[in-house]
Structures are given as structure tokens and as C-alpha cells.
Ligand binder design. Sequence first.
Ligand code: NAD
Length: 248
Amino acid sequence: MEKIAIVTGAGGGLGSVIARELAADGYRLVLADRDAAAAEAAATTVEGSPVVVPADLTDAGEAQRLVDEVARRFGRLDVVVNSAGIERVHPLETTPEPDWDATMDVNVKAPMLLCRAAVPLWCEQGSGSVVNISSRAWLGGSANTSYASSKAALVGLTVSMAVELGPLGVRANAVAPSFVRTPFNQQRTDIADLDRMIERYTAFTPLRRLIEPIDVANAVVFLASDRARNITGEVLHVCAGAQLPPIP
Ligand SMILES: NC(=O)c1ccc[n+]([C@@H]2O[C@H](COP(=O)([O-])OP(=O)(O)OC[C@H]3O[C@@H](n4cnc5c(N)ncnc54)[C@H](O)[C@@H]3O)[C@@H](O)[C@H]2O)c1
């Protein structure tokens, strides 16, 4: 039986590698992203005829359309990886409400909408696995209130789903990565010198190195799979230890 996995933000630096590695583990992939060109480009690196569904997943109708498309084509949904995310960098004192709302919409509401739409399918099949991409920031905070708050809320959503959907046979876990070199960070205007910032970051990281997209993908593939069949409601930090000390 073919197993089906949706990856949101599949056009992104992490989402594309997660999709590639899930396909290598045997899943048929559905790549969802509001950036259709990025998702199409990612599809060229994913084995096994992936399906691309362009969608802005902050819209409940688009989330429903994505699940309906999966149900129509495949009749089942085994894995949902919520990787779509944004970061609008501001300290609390100057956080604009529209940026707070946009961050919450993409990072928390969109995963909720997609999983909500998937519940009827999961009820029918009696199984499913969700992996939400949180961040080291959920635990340690950052000088970036809306992002850290959204990633902590995503952990709240994860544990709530683990409790509520567990009796249906559905597991929910989160992966919390530390800083990864992807377009997500390269476009940040608050970091004047990215190389210098990375030097400082690795200096306080216990393993003295940055993590890479493949590290996140390996954790996701494990948590999604039956190898983690009795793991639910967990947050797996993929941080080379950077979740442990405070950022100096
Ligand atoms: N890169 C890092 O350092 C880092 C560290 C920790 C956590 N994360 C988290 O990992 C996830 C992936 O990060 P990335 O580095 O791949 O980022 P990225 O910017 O490379 O990719 C994010 C993708 O999400 C898509 N997206 C944004 N809003 C969307 C929406 N409303 N609907 C559908 N798609 C949407 C974008 O088009 C983009 O392709 C994010 O949730 C991010 O918060 C990243």
C-alpha cells in the first residue's frame, strides 16, 4: 500500500529536503507551498512522481482543498509535516500587530487548519502521523517575540493533538531545529553580517557546529515512521545542543 505524505512549505530550504527524504523512505509526496515555482523546483529533487499543490495554507478553504485533493487522488493521508513558516523580526516593544498576526497565521493557524481538515480521513483509516516544525526559539525565546510565541504555540498544538487524536491512532510530534542556513535566514534584514552571526552562534553551541537541513529531515522521517509508533507529544530538539545554554 502506497503511503501518502503532505509537506507544507515544501519549496523551502528545510521543506524541500524533508520531502526528498520522506520520498526516499517510500512515501508518495504532496508538496504544498504558496510559492508554486519553489514547490515545482523542489519536486524535481523528489523521487516517485510527487504532486504539487500551490496553496496559501492560512486560508481554511485552501487547506480543505489540499486535503480534498489528497483524498480524491489517494483516499488516504499518512503523514503531515507542517514546515511552512515565517519570521518577522522585532523586539516586543516595537512589534507591529500585522506582523504578529501574520506570524501566528502561518506558524500556528495554518497547521491547525490543515490537521483539522484531515481528521475525517484519519478517523476512517485509524492512523496518521503529524510532525510540526517548531524551533529552538520555543524554549529559549529570542529577541523576536512573535516568532518565539508562535513556535511555543505550535508545541501546544502538537501536544493537544497528541492527546486528542491519540485514541484515533494518530500521533503528533514536533521537531525544534536551531539555526540552519536556508533562505529563511539569508533574507533577514536584521542580521548585518550573517557569517559573523553564525560564528557567534556556533561558539555557544555545545557541539560547536551548525545543524543542516538533512539533520532536520532525518528526525522528521523517524518521527513520521512506524519506528516511532509509540512516540507522541514529544519535541525533538535538533540543535547540536544549542537548546541547552542561553544565547550569550
Ligand atoms: N531555517 C532555520 O534556521 C530554522 C530554524 C528553526 C526552525 N525553522 C522553521 O522551519 C520551517 C522551514 O524553514 P525553512 O528554513 O525551510 O524556511 P524557508 O523560508 O526556506 O521556507 C518556508 C516555506 O514556507 C512557505 N510558506 C510561507 N507561508 C506560507 C503559507 N501561508 N502557505 C503555504 N506556504 C507558505 C514559503 O513559500 C517557503 O517556501 C519554518 O517553520 C521555520 O520557522 C527554521
